[in-house]
Design a protein around this ligand. Structure first.
Ligand code: DCT
Ligand code: MG
Length: 510
């Protein structure tokens, strides 16, 4: 956006007849010979400075290790112009004529553009002010080098930018409802990038150099920075269509199509849904309405652990060697979730295929099942995905609602009165559970896929295909160049084959 031809970029000064080659010969070719950058270590630290120098060199910039007569641009972070000048003078370099004294934002703009950008007013450090920023960020912003792929970022649950990410999630959801996939993805992508930052965005310059921040997104951020709220978000939250679709799709079993139909029929509330005699509900929707409040309330970690124990008990009754793993958001360290995702496999080949129906029969006898639906595997005999389309992947799975005894922290067969009438006496809670059964040799892929987050998985697939000419899904990793499937027994191996640094599940909260 800020890219200009390189010839007009050097600060106005008498050009040296010729810029000599850098003292320290870089292993990268210099593309932009008119300028030479010097990065100030002061307030930045040696390791970050080194990182930025290497980054710029990789991109074809000439970066001087020492302050010399060749330097045209001095870049610093969190220093005022006066502080930089004082430092230059102490180095007896204050007399370097017309060297541009710049904020790091110029550097990050250059890195983002892949070439030197024109120096704007906002980039220059003024000599009068103590600090250029309106409200200085408390932590050194390390936005340079933030990857566009979530699988190359570490994203813990410590989100420092909830003001922005909450707003983006609402806008993205609204775009999803309106089937504007592109805008939906842009906002989800931007939210995901912000979640990975170790500092809070305090001013617009803080997003310079971050991938995927177009004008549309910036406009929303500007509002949030200026006013603490966004008029676009308020508009969406007050929009009748959004409110209906949001409410209806929180019912288990209700998708966008059904929600739209109900809205078109003039329905606006849950009561209107329940009392409308003309509506026909699927079994899933009946269960969803019956246990609406429990499911909407979500699942706590202790409850998820209790469910995991019940699943293990049932599975191990039939196959003591089975591997039963809690995945989804809870594996990423979440304290709450909307469901409990369980992945089940067996080291004895094919044994996992017999499990689901046995477990369901056991739970029926124990009166633990409030609802369940089974999707049989759509893999061929040799465990290769068939061409038939399925949800997310081809594994055998079960979407269920189980009873959880809240007092004892385990699923109970003690049935209490259903719904609002007897809620006070009821000792169980309805919990949404997904069971997924996979062949042992696909376990690592299934585990990676079912751990999420969705954005992380999406970017992993995008990264594999765009950067590595590979394809990854919940079943396998395929190398398109070599035309071979790459065997992997662990998540670490998958990351390794993709040339990625291993990211721990708790850092996949993209
Ligand atoms: N998943 C995915 N793509 C989908 C759906 C799911 O990659 N379309 C993966 C990512 C997470 C995992 O499956 C489990 O899905 P959810 O339970 O929907 O997500 P979650 O991260 O566990 O979140 P929640 O806490 O809301 O259950
Ligand atoms: Mg989940």
């Amino acid at each position: 956006m800020y890219a200009f031809p390189t010839t007009s970029l050097a600060p106005r000064r008498k050009q040296p007849k010729c810029i000599k080659p850098p003292k320290c010969t870089s292993k990268y070719d210099i593309k932009f010979k008119d300028i030479a950058i010097y990065i100030l270590e002061r307030k930045m630290g040696a390791s970050r400075r080194y990182f930025l120098m290497e980054l710029a060199r990789k991109k074809g910039f000439r970066v001087e290790p020492d302050l010399s007569e060749y330097v045209t641009h001095v870049v610093s972070e969190k220093n005022s112009g006066a502080e930089v000048l004082e430092w230059l003078q102490a180095k007896k370099a204050g007399s370097i004529p017309n060297v541009a004294i710049l904020d790091i934002s110029w550097f990050t703009d250059c890195m983002g553009a892949g070439q030197p950008v024109e120096i704007e007013r906002k980039h220059r450090l003024t000599l009068q002010k103590i600090c250029v920023c309106k409200s200085p960020s408390p932590v050194v912003p390390s936005r340079v080098g933030v990857s566009q792929y979530a699988c190359q970022r570490k994203t813990t649950l410590d989100n420092k930018n909830t003001l922005f990410t909450d707003a983006f999630e609402i806008l993205a959801e609204n775009y999803e409802f309106r089937e504007n996939e592109r805008s939906c993805l842009s906002f989800r992508q931007a939210a995901s990038v912000l979640k990975s930052l170790t500092f809070t965005i305090a001013r617009m310059a803080d997003v310079d150099g971050l991938p995927g921040f177009g004008d549309h997104i910036r406009a929303v951020m500007e509002d949030l920075i200026e006013d603490g709220e966004s008029s676009k978000v308020s508009e969406v939250l007050n929009d009748e269509v959004y409110r209906s679709l949001k409410l209806f799709t929180t019912i288990f079993g209700v998708g966008l199509r059904t929600a739209e139909k109900w809205h078109r029929l003039g329905i606006r509330t849950l009561e209107e849904i329940k009392s409308n005699e003309n509506l026909k509900f699927s079994k899933m929707q009946i269960a969803g309405l019956q246990h609406y409040e429990d499911i909407l309330g979500g699942v706590r970690k202790a409850e998820a652990d209790a469910v995991a124990m019940v699943v293990r008990d049932a599975v191990w009754t039939f196959l003591p060697d089975a591997v039963v793993t809690l995945t989804g958001g809870f594996r990423r360290g979440n304290k709450t979730g909307h469901d409990v995702d369980m992945l089940i496999t067996s080291p004895i080949q094919g044994k996992e295929k017999e499990l689901l129906h046995k477990v369901i029969n056991l739970w029926k006898k124990q009166d633990l099942l409030l609802y369940h639906t089974i999707h049989e595997s759509t893999m061929d005999e040799d465990n290769l995905p068939s061409k038939r389309v399925n949800l997310l992947d081809h594994f055998q799975k079960c979407f269920a609602i189980l009873k959880l005894n809240q007092h004892r922290g385990e699923i109970s067969s003690c049935d209490g009165p259903h719904d609002s009438g007897g809620r006070g006496k009821r000792i169980w809670k309805a919990i949404r559970v997904d069971l997924v059964f996979c062949p042992f040799e696909q376990y690592a892929f299934a585990l990676l896929g079912w751990t999420g987050s969705r954005q992380f998985e999406r970017d992993l697939r995008r990264y594999a295909s765009h950067e590595k000419k590979m394809m990854i899904d919940n079943h396998a990793l395929y190398d398109k160049t070599k035309k071979v499937f790459v065997k992997c027994e662990s998540e670490e191996e998958i990351f390794g084959h993709l040339g990625l640094e291993y990211i721990d599940p708790v850092e996949r909260n993209a």
